[in-house]
Ligand binder design. Sequence first.
Ligand SMILES: Nc1nc2c(ncn2[C@@H]2O[C@H](COP(=O)(O)OP(=O)(O)O)[C@@H](O)[C@H]2O)c(=O)[nH]1
Ligand SMILES: [Mg+2]
Ligand SMILES: [Zn+2]
Length: 307
Amino acid sequence: MPEGLIVKALSGYYYVKPDTESGDYALSETGTIQCRARGIFKKKGISPLVGDEVIYSLTENGEGTVDEILPRRTELIRPPVANIRQAVLLFSVKEPDLSLILLDKFLVHIEHAGLEPLICFTKMDLIDPQDTATRNEVEQAKQLYERIGYQVILTSAENELGTDQIREELNGKISMFAGQSGVGKSSLLNKVIPGSDLNTSEISMRLGRGRHTTRHVELIELQGGGYVADTPGFSQLNFTQLGVDDLGSCFREFNEYADGCKFRGCTHLHEPGCKVIEALETGEIANTRYKHYQQFYQEMKDEKRRY
Ligand SMILES: Nc1nc2c(ncn2[C@@H]2O[C@H](COP(=O)(O)OP(=O)(O)O)[C@@H](O)[C@H]2O)c(=O)[nH]1
Ligand SMILES: [Mg+2]
Ligand SMILES: [Zn+2]
């Protein structure tokens, strides 16, 4: 039975892109097969998601049926999409200024969802050549996150800095853009994928607020292979979905030390024999990262009290 990828869902139809285009059946203009989901899914309370890899069969009317959903590697609720592998995390260096606490908050959510982050600092063209302070700050932030093991790309949609590199990183993966409003997600994506218009979907979403509760996600196919979701993810950054015990493991560089902590379930806040605190003291773990960990921990405790 043939396999494919759901690239779009609309009005009860799933648009499945066949894994191999054998050419013995009719594809729509977009190269997809319009499918209904088998009734069994509804009975089981499962709904296929954009990003799902599925097994489908063809029906007589030229359409298809989604028969089986293959195991999901990741799953997001907002927007509803499966199997996103990479989150391209955008942070502007100016307008608005770089905020490392917000960057760490996004990273926590991305790590928790099991996605691979790719950090992009945007609007590099806005740094005045004379402004060495900002330039140094950005360079230091880049080094900090690279030391942890994240990839950092300096970008500008204005003069297409870094766009080739992003395009390369999108190759062969399903990705999603993330970042605060105004950091340049749409601008950069339009440069990376000419012809994609992320603006449009965001505007229509804004207009429809209150009336439409479901968001439609569509995967944009890339020329070099791979897909990008047309809607940015992680727009809501509260910690309600996350247990406080999971927080430490979302700080990637803590993990190698956490195993050595004296107590199981060490919070790395005050316990004796804590290897994370030790690594902080020797400078192996950065101060800002640890401070943000403490702050998020407190925030989560406070949130829990409120709910
Ligand atoms: N100077 C400069 N402005 C940019 C750049 N990227 C985006 N902008 C501007 O920043 C604003 C927000 O950009 P937009 O792409 O809509 O951000 P989004 O909300 O993250 O999608 C717009 O006024 C853009 O023109 C850039 O690389 N350089
Ligand atoms: Mg936008
Ligand atoms: Zn510890």
